[in-house]
Write a protein that binds this ligand. Structure first.
Ligand code: PLP
Ligand code: TYF
Length: 399
């Protein structure tokens, strides 16, 4: 009898969408989940995805199982997207890549790997971070702690605090870093700051674990947004990298992603891959093929890759525009407050600084659905609703 099982709490991010669906107001806005919408709030299927699917239908692909490590063409393409074409680590076969179930599944395989092969090491997560990071490491039985990341006073990076915490962490800790467009803050280290972070990571023998879920959404350029993990690879720091194609290729439900290990030599990469296959085999056996084929075609064909970059720039551009519009409306509404953080932050989100009771006011009074931490997803904001949103924010700051 399972009568003793208690109700699990709703997910703090996905629960927001559930509440939104129950609201019938015309003014309602779902700024909870980070999923790209067009300016008419329609989900967007990229043209390059449609083109890739057409190619797939014409070549009459079968539905056989993939190998445990996934589609070879995808694994090649995804390491290339991460490190850049012709990177020495790829040429020297020092990269172990396993296709997994989007970013989340890739993080989980990585977490299980840490639990098995780096036992007793602590994982350090940014404070704040994407909430699911905590679930993933907890469920994998891996201890995690937090390092300072966000400074409320400056609405920027708590750079000194971050370095202090990483220096104070025991040698050989695992440091989870957002590759770009930090979720939820929209605050990334500068290139100079990345240099100092890499120094500490190197001195302390830490293992960086990059979570790359928004490659393309920070700057609009897929290449530029891979700068941080490429910089660590340049410095020959061994690292783990989880990748997701949910946002940048709009493949949310296809679950396309990978876990990569950039290592010192090919022999280690071979052994690490074999152990990741062992982990994946017990978790889900082998990954889904459809989205991996799409990604491998788009990344692997120069003309489609160029077109993807354009569409990426268009999506990132829409968010940038609506960010600016929101900023302008906020200044119009209340010129006395410094709103510059809105346009300083990058990626899909704005971290508003609204407190939980103020967020409650946003939702109850203004029908704006957002996460309790004060994050809004600008990807869900049409430009004609920016004025409404600005007045809701200004009103809620009075609560
Ligand atoms: N990591 C971060 C920081 C995210 O924001 C997300 C999605 O929102 C993910 C990973 C993983 O998403 P998915 O499992 O859809 O790839
Ligand atoms: O908006 C976010 O931060 C993500 C979105 O299976 C998300 O949590 C939603 C569903 C999912 C993974 C990520």
């Amino acid at each position: 009898r399972l009568a003793f099982v208690e109700q699990a709490p709703p997910d703090p991010i996905l629960g927001v969408s559930e509440a939104f669906k129950r609201d019938t107001s015309d003014d309602r806005l779902n700024l909870g989940v980070g999923a790209y919408r067009t300016n008419d709030l329609k989900p967007y299927v990229l043209n390059v995805v449609k083109k890739a699917e057409k190619i797939m239908i014409e070549s009459e692909e079968n539905k056989e199982y993939l190998p445990i490590e996934g589609l070879a063409a995808f694994n090649k393409a995804t390491a290339q997207l991460l490190l850049g074409e012709g990177h020495p680590a790829i040429k020297e076969e020092r990269v172990a890549t396993l296709q997994s179930l989007s970013g989340t599944g890739s993080l989980r395989v990585g977490a299980d790997f840490i639990g098995k092969f780096l036992p007793g090491r602590t994982v350090y997560l940014s404070n704040p971070t994407w909430g699911n990071h905590k679930n993933i490491f907890t469920d994998a039985g891996v201890e995690w702690k937090e390092y300072r990341y966000f400074d409320k006073a400056t609405v920027g990076l708590a750079f000194e605090g971050m370095l202090e915490d990483l220096k104070a962490a025991p040698e050989g800790s695992i440091v989870v870093l957002h590759g770009c467009a930090h979720n939820p803050t929209g605050v990334d280290p500068t290139r100079e700051q990345w240099g100092a972070i890499a120094d500490v990571v190197e001195q302390k023998g830490h293992m960086p674990f990059f979570d790359v879920a928004y490659q393309g959404f920070a700057s609009g350029s897929l290449d530029d947004d891979a700068w941080a993990p490429r910089f660590f690879a340049e410095r020959s720091i061994e690292m783990m990298v989880a990748q997701s194609y949910s946002k940048n290729l709009g493949l949310y439900a296809e679950r396309v992603g990978a876990i990569n290990y950039v290592l010192a030599d090919a022999a280690a990469a071979k052994r690490v891959l074999s152990q990741n296959k062992r982990i994946a085999r017990a978790l889900y056996s082998n990954p889904p093929v459809h989205g991996a084929r799409i990604a491998s075609i788009v990344v692997g064909r120069p003309e489609l890759f160029a077109e993807w970059n354009e569409e990426m720039g268009m999506m990132a551009g829409r968010i940038k525009d609506v960010r600016q519009t929101l900023y302008d409306e906020l200044v119009k509404n209340n010129p006395d407050k410094d709103w510059s953080f809105v346009t300083r932050q990058i990626g899909m989100f704005s971290f508003t600084g609204l407190s939980p009771p103020q967020v409650e006011n946003m939702t109850q009074k203004h029908h704006v659905y957002m996460t309790k931490d004060g994050r809004i997803s600008l990807a869900g904001l049409p430009s004609n609703k920016a004025a409404n949103l600005a007045s809701a924010i200004v009103d809620s700051f009075k609560v």
